[in-house]
Ligand binder design. Sequence first.
Ligand code: SF4
Length: 436
Amino acid sequence: MTQYTTQMDAARKGIVTPQIKTVAEKEHMPVEKMMQLVAEGKVAICANKHHICLNPEGVGSMLRTKINVNLGVSRDCKDYDIEMQKVMKAVDLGAEAIMDLSSHGNTQPFRQKLTHECPAMIGTVPVYDSVIHYQRDLSELTAHDFIDVIRLHAEDGVDFVTLHCGITRKTIEQIKKHKRKMNIVSRGGSLVFAWMSMTGEENPFYEYFDEILDICEEHDVTISLGDACRPGCLADATDVCQIEELVRLGELTKRAWEHNVQVMVEGPGHVPLDQVAANMKVQQTICMGAPFYVLGPLVTDIAPGYDHITAAIGGAVAAMNGAAFLCYVTPAEHLALPNVDDVKQGIIASKIAAHAADIAKGIPHARDIDDKMADARRVLDWDAQFACALDPETAKAIRDDRLPEDDHSDTCSMCGKFCAVRSMNKALAGEHIDIL
Ligand code: SF4
């Protein structure tokens, strides 16, 4: 007989689960401390009981920053084999979570394949799946149809579900009154808004929150409280709609914790750089330190094709100021479904942001790899440099494509014989330096 329901329940009872033990080891943290953070809700270990092959990770602002990769088929790109290739690439490149956002066809086999084969945390947005699952118009779905899809995903082994619980009928009035430039840009948020508008009913994810908590407690599914009103442009950042929803997410966080259900809170969106730190502080206060999961934030609206960079700039500042989990953004953001190369670019950009923040936050051992890289650079050991690189393949390909022409193959074609590193090594060793 299991002595606990969720990781949070176990931690509160003083039970060290294998997942808590593994996460404590990965984070170089005493297991008692990790248990306390899980018990308080400051660390979420998203680990559905049915996801047997999971390599567990903790999400919390005092831990290494984690990254999520969004994948899944759509009506226009429906090849599940290509999506599986992206999953494997994402895991290879160090993504700790995969969100399956599939919105076409029979989604269950792919979801089950993920929870049976993928060691990363798996997340979904059940409201997307509701329309496809029932093959009925949105307005014909009942509140309990949505809840039943959450149950299905929980039984399939999904570790966390994004639920847009914080948008209510009051939000409909606010959106009309405050006249945002971009209204609602959250896909799930817009579906819930549309359903409420068409049926005249309250948000089912808000109204039946207690029922949802029972499901999540039974299977240990972490709720990622979706931010339906996340700003979709700089002009809408930190406005009444966003903050009012955040306050409700804080109340729901407390209710979930009372049921021993783990919570993450989702955040903006498009935010000017000078507002990013303040957004993180406000969330931490209102949501009592629950892990903050941010999309970007994108710090300018004018870089389609390069939004992985826009998001990495915002993501680094966000993580340095308390965000725990970064949702990757690819160069295809705002333009198309990402292909395999877009996925890679998005992951690398997010990893750079997360790693830069971890160094700034003083996460134990975060900088070790940078120090190793510096040592390899000082002795011009190229293989050792590639071994430290986030993307060794690209680093090696660039060097090999443009090797120095002369015999100074220990340098690179950037400075050739003028190589500062080589000159200094020779000067300090008392050797002659041949430039010409
Ligand atoms: S040639 Fe220039 S860029 Fe290349 S290793 Fe030497 S100092 Fe660095």
